[in-house]
Each structure stands twice: as C-alpha cells, then as structure tokens.
Design a protein around this ligand. Sequence first.
Ligand SMILES: Cc1cc2nc3c(=O)[nH]c(=O)nc-3n(C[C@H](O)[C@H](O)[C@H](O)COP(=O)(O)O)c2cc1C
Length: 353
Amino acid sequence: MESRKDQHVRLFEKTYQTHQTNDFDSVRFVHNSLPELSLSKVDSLTTLPFGTWSSPFFINGMTGGSEKTKKINESLAHAAAATGIAIASGSQKAALKDPALHDTFRVLRQVNPNGFIFANIGAELDEEAAKQAIDMLDANGLQVHLNASQEVVMPEGDRDFSSWLKNLERIAHSIDLPVVVKEVGFGMSRATFRRLIDAGVQIIDVAGKGGTNFITIENQRRDRARFDYLQDWGQSTVISMLEAQPYLDQATFFASGGVRHPLDALKGLALGARAIGVSGIFLHTALSSGSEGLITLIEEWKQQMNEIMLLLGCASLDELRRTDLILSGTPDQWARLRGPKPEEMATRSQRIS
Ligand SMILES: Cc1cc2nc3c(=O)[nH]c(=O)nc-3n(C[C@H](O)[C@H](O)[C@H](O)COP(=O)(O)O)c2cc1C
C-alpha cells in the first residue's frame, strides 16, 4: 500500500501550479530610478536570535518516512549542503513509532553533516517526542507544526486538538535549541500569535495560504463527504504578516507559503520576516530536475535577491524592512479592517529611521 507520505507527494505534484496567483501579487514595491548603490555593497545575510544565516531563505519541512521520500530527502539535503542554506525535515512522527523508518530522515544529516537542520513534529506530541526527533537528526533546531485544517479534511485525521498549547508551552520551556512553531499553509492570526508568545514561543513561521494547499491534497484522498468548498480556507502569507505587525518586536517571524520566486521572498522580508521558508517550488524542482536542478535554482535566487535589493537601493534586510509597500486587493481590504493602515505601509520609509 502506498504510504500517506508518498500519497501526499504524488498529490502535491498533481495539484502543483506553476503560475498560480496569490496575495504576494497584491503587494508592490515603489520603483526608484536612482538606487545610488553598487551590488558589491548589498548583503542579504539575516540575523536570527540563534545566529546568522548567509541567505535569508531555507527549504521548509516536507518529507521522509518512506523509501521514496528518503530519496527526496537525500536530494533536498544535497542541495542544502551545496548551497549552504538551512533545511527542515518533514514530520518525524512515523519514525518515532517505527525505528525502521529512522534512516529515511537521518539521510538529511548524513548528506549534510555541517548544515543547519530543523527536526519536525506536530503539536499533538510532547517534549519527550521533541527530544527524540532532535536526536534522530542531530538537529540544530525544531519545528512544531500546527495542521488542524489538514487533520479535519484528512479522512483518518485527528479530531482532538485540546492539548496543543500545553504541549507547545512545555516544548518551548524544555528544549534549549531554537523552536519554530509553524502552520502548514493556512496562515495565522493575531490571536494565535498572542497565545504562542504567551506560551513562550519565540520563533513563528506563519506558513500561509497561497501555495501548497493541504485541504486540496487531503480532499483528493476522500471518496465521499468531500470538502470541495473549503479550498480557500485560511490566511495568506501576506495577510498573516500584516497580522504580525504589532508583534514583530516580541517574536522572530519567518514567512512561508506560496513563495514562488525571489521577489515574493523579498516581499515577505519587507513585511518583517527574518527568513523565508520555501517548499512547493523547491520540491517540484527536485522532483523534475534532481538536486542539480535545485542547486542551480537556489543559486539563481541568491543572486537575484541581491540584484533586486540593489534595484530597491537596499544594502541590507534592515533597509528592506523600511521600504514603502503598496497593498491592493484582499490584503488592502483586510488591513483596512484590522490594521495596519495601508496608508502607513505605503509611506513608512518617511517615518521609520
Ligand atoms: C509534500 C509536502 C509535505 C509536507 N509535509 C510537511 C510536514 O511533514 N511537516 C510540516 O511542518 N510541513 C509540511 N509541509 C508544509 C510545508 O512546510 C509548507 O508549510 C507548505 O507546503 C506551504 O509552503 P509552499 O507553498 O512553499 O509549499 C509539507 C509540504 C509538502 C509540499
């Protein structure tokens, strides 16, 4: 029988859309014809509470748990090692139950002995499971995913989410590596940020709507009682980052979900994210062009991010965070109802020094 993880990868590829529009299209930078800067002065390194990454994007959590996904992990890890970007594992829950699956995850460390690797579990697990997942990979950090929307549409999914916040609180207080709490493509709200921060969580990946959609994927695994009408559930990555504005100095934010190219990544960083997680396009590239194709793409992203920063006249990510952003469409409407005022985002360079 095909494992659930193999089904996810197959259905991901089947539903992957290259030219999907999303809310990143409703955020614009203002072109300035006089950048007054040289590419040699542009540096996109990102400063994080636990150190510095030379590139502000990473391969977000996806696979492991089967022979096929072991090969995918090998390919992703090879690309991460060759380009020096961080990588996250897919959920290790299956391997915590079945030691025979350990090597489908451990390959991440074998191929990438010196790289930054996040272990990955769901919030239904406790701090003991968190420690085991970290040990399995000799990981540098931990991701804990929140996937209630996915579970509800998953035919065999969990229906009891009542222990998640308690588990997160215990994990945040007992793990002394960086702990990132992430969504899986449905974004987050201000109320969620407040509760995570109060629980002691210091790094939050909003993982919003706009790219891979696990409601669509799980819905295809259902024979009946389908959730066809739920495809638009959740907050986009842009809207989640608008929600994050009041909390940017209380936690470190990562933005992910629907990042298609370097310009989207820069918009996420301009909205206050310290790093950008990329899943869909990197997985699709690894599946269609192998790790060499992915390495080429990652190197192009690094170069083009610096070139667009040059165009914007920004020598650093701090400067990028002060650029004016023009919102339109749904993000503009959302911001008018819940803040921040779109007029302030559009003129913030005049206020933030
Ligand atoms: C095939 C596949 C499997 C995934 N499995 C996991 C997982 O095990 N744990 C997790 O935290 N996120 C998982 N994700 C979600 C991604 O980390 C990310 O949040 C989501 O795909 C949105 O980003 P994207 O639009 O760049 O794909 C998975 C994504 C894909 C495509």
